[in-house]
Design a protein around this ligand. Structure first.
Ligand code: ZN
Length: 411
């Protein structure tokens, strides 16, 4: 995004504050905020990586005195040491303000009943959805994840109007509601879906089976949590709340800033965060900048729907595969569901790409033909032929958190 004089001043102030803490004093060793006079100077600053934050475990990110910290959250430590993010009262309040703004952007009002299925606890999701709903004045129903029977019962008894979920859990609920023939008894109108990458096919199924408008909500624990941006009813990318953050899109390989709307990795600098400010933090989320005014009239700039994570791109036999390409291939084939898994193995010196997908077909010959069709379409769109294998509907895992679809067993 552009850097106005006013924005540069905000960035310098945030950087000066960050350097009151030990983490950035070390990270920016030898650099002074006053050295940053132009956008080009800023772009020379080193990035902050998740690995850097891990090394600061447990509380090394603190940029204020401990007395000012009121809460911590932790990002899911699927690999190794987790990251702990400390929040001041202003940080948790700012997050709620941003989240309430997300709900408003999605057209949620104080009369709505907001059914919250993301998890509570160290993870930032549940409590973010809840505080934003409360600040807006809506009725929060703090379900948390799991127990599908109870979710559906509460959804019917309380006539929930807004569902907050990951795409994968929204799909699971949609399938159950459809299977049990309860569609007429639910009152959902909108669904706010956490911003993992999810394909058009899945989107269409959730929207149709639940009868809802869908909104993509963006965020990550390191930068407050979900709620730092959302799509509006025009569904053309996501508005980001740039009074709280500055963003750049970089080439994930070279680190160069993309200015022409090329796809790249989103990098965020916080402008108001006190507990753990972050400067040039690499999100590893792949997107691109969208230019021009949004038909909704909001002036907050937009990024496109996420197409994956830079660490999810895999290279097999010299070909780069983005998960979004696999979504596109499968979306074009009628008999295939939106769910798939890619498993890459290394056998006898060769990489093997296995693609598991779901289908409702039962006839063995028809399944064989479908597998060949999928292999052909994959080859045509992506450039190499997988071993495609069909499984029954619902056999691949749906998760309450973000689902992993690519398993690379080569290393
Ligand atoms: Zn808009």
């Amino acid at each position: 995004m552009d850097m106005t004089e006013a924005m540069l001043a905000k960035i310098k102030a945030s950087m000066a504050h960050a350097m009151e803490g030990a983490f950035y004093r070390k990270h920016f060793h030898g650099i002074h905020p006053e050295d940053i006079q132009t956008r080009a100077d800023f772009q020379k600053l080193p990035f902050t990586e998740k690995e850097d934050l891990r090394e600061a475990y447990p509380l090394g990110l603190l940029a204020v005195g401990e007395a000012e910290i009121v809460r911590i959250h932790s990002s899911s430590g699927t690999t190794g040491t987790p990251v702990i993010i400390p929040y001041t009262q202003k940080d948790v309040d700012d997050w709620a303000v941003m989240f309430a703004r997300c709900y408003k952007t999605a057209g949620v009002t104080p009369l709505d009943r907001v059914h919250i299925t993301p998890g509570y606890g160290l993870w930032t999701a549940g409590i973010g959805f809840q505080r934003g709903a409360e600040l807006l004045g809506a009725l929060a129903i703090p379900m948390g994840p799991g127990n599908t029977d109870k979710q559906i019962k509460m959804m019917i008894d309380l006539q929930s109007t807004v569902l907050c979920a990951t795409s994968s859990y929204a799909l699971l609920l949609a399938e159950e509601i459809e299977k049990r023939g309860l569609r007429d008894r639910i009152a959902l109108k909108k669904s706010l879906i956490g911003s993992e990458r999810w394909g058009e096919k899945m989107r269409a199924r959730i929207a149709a089976e639940l009868g809802v408008e869908l909104y993509d909500i963006y965020g990550l624990t390191e930068i407050y949590g979900p709620g730092i941006g959302i799509s509006c009813k025009h569904a053309c990318g996501m508005h980001l709340w740039t009074d709280y953050l500055y963003y750049e899109i970089i080439n994930p390989k070279t680190g160069a800033v993309q200015t022409e709307g090329e796809t790249g990795e989103l990098v965020i600098t916080t402008l108001q965060k006190e507990g753990a400010p972050l400067i040039r933090y690499r999100t590893h989320d792949l997107t691109r900048e969208l230019f021009g005014p949004c038909p909704c009239g909001r002036e907050f700039p937009r990024i496109d729907t996420l197409i994956g994570r830079s660490d999810d791109m895999v290279k097999v036999k010299g070909t780069i595969i983005y998960p979004s390409q696999v979504d596109e291939v499968l979306a074009a084939i009628k008999e295939v569901s939106s769910e798939y898994q890619i498993i890459i193995d290394h056998l006898n010196g060769r990489d093997i790409l296995n693609l598991l997908f779901e289908t409702a077909l039962h006839d063995k010959a028809a399944i064989k033909t479908l597998e060949k069709t999928v292999e052909g379409a994959f080859k045509e769109r992506i450039g190499l032929t997988p071993h495609a294998k069909a499984v029954g509907m619902g056999e691949l895992p749906r998760s309450e958190k973000k689902s992993t679809r690519i398993f690379d067993n080569r290393y």
